[in-house]
Design a protein around this ligand. Structure first.
Ligand code: ATP
Length: 239
């Protein structure tokens, strides 16, 4: 079993009432790999991110982390090494940057020095967060808030980071900063599952990808394979 994926989704079916949002989806992320999921609105990408991160329970199929079923409680999911950065970010906007970051590991019982070390790492990754450490997050730009959301997930030192549309609504410059940080995290060995509408951007970061449509995976492969795929090229790369 040395080859099992870090994160694996097998035969996932998810329904909102009568609507099938995911129809038999298989997906995996190996250790150290960055994997992207692209696809049009309504393809099921957000639902997939939430199932993979343990927030939604599938009607059928299983989610495995390190070959074991995902735990039921959100806290245990974090303990098993999954960090999620959801669409909408879900920050405590009346709280400061530092408080939001600290909330990323408040249940882990870490000593103060370890929390400080982790804060330090995140502020090195995102220098603007050091400057804004005591500022309320509600007063920050969308891009800065996205950095806080990513930083909060990193505070628990996950093995894999699941990101749902991190570039949504951000200016190109700050999107570039966010993606540079993700690239450096990847270099450092973090596994990434990136849900992203912007295919060229996703392809710069990822090793492999999946194209979803109407709740199903329609194309999967290496980034090289995807960039040569006719469907991907015509719909997502402007070819
Ligand atoms: P987007 O980029 O627009 O968020 P997506 O690819 O992330 O799209 P999902 O948000 O996962 O897609 O939605 C998949 C399908 O499930 C869509 O048909 C959507 O309308 C439906 N859906 C999503 N959330 C709900 C909900 N809470 N109740 C009912 N249907 C839902």
């Amino acid at each position: 079993a040395q080859d099992h994926a870090l994160l694996e989704l097998r035969g996932i079916v998810y329904k909102y009432g009568a609507i099938s949002a995911l129809r038999d989806v298989d997906l995996s992320v190996r250790k150290g790999e960055a994997v992207c999921v692209i696809g049009p609105n309504g393809a099921g990408k957000t639902t997939l991110a939430r199932v993979a991160g343990g927030l939604y329970r599938p009607a059928k199929g299983e989610v495995l982390i390190g070959g074991e079923p995902l735990p039921r409680s959100p806290h245990d999911v974090v303990v098993r090494g999954i960090g999620s950065v959801l669409e909408g970010r879900h920050l405590f906007v009346e709280q400061t940057v530092t408080t939001n970051l600290e909330l990323g590991c408040y249940r882990s019982g870490l000593d103060k020095a370890t929390v400080e070390q982790r804060l330090e790492k995140i502020m090195t990754l995102f220098p603007v967060l050091r400057e804004r450490a005591h500022q309320r997050t509600s007063t920050m730009s969308g891009g800065e808030q996205q950095m806080v959301a990513i930083g909060r997930a990193l505070m628990a030192e996950p093995q894999i980071l699941i990101l749902d549309e991190p570039s949504m609504g951000l200016a190109p410059k700050i999107t570039g900063e966010v993606f540079d940080a993700l690239a450096s995290l990847r270099e450092g060995g973090l596994s990434i599952l990136l849900i992203e509408q912007n295919a060229p951007l996703a392809f710069e970061l990822a090793d492999r990808g999946y194209l979803m449509r109407q709740g199903a995976v329609v194309v999967e492969g290496s980034i090289d394979e995807l960039t040569h795929d006719d469907v991907v090229r015509s719909a997502y790369l402007g070819a």
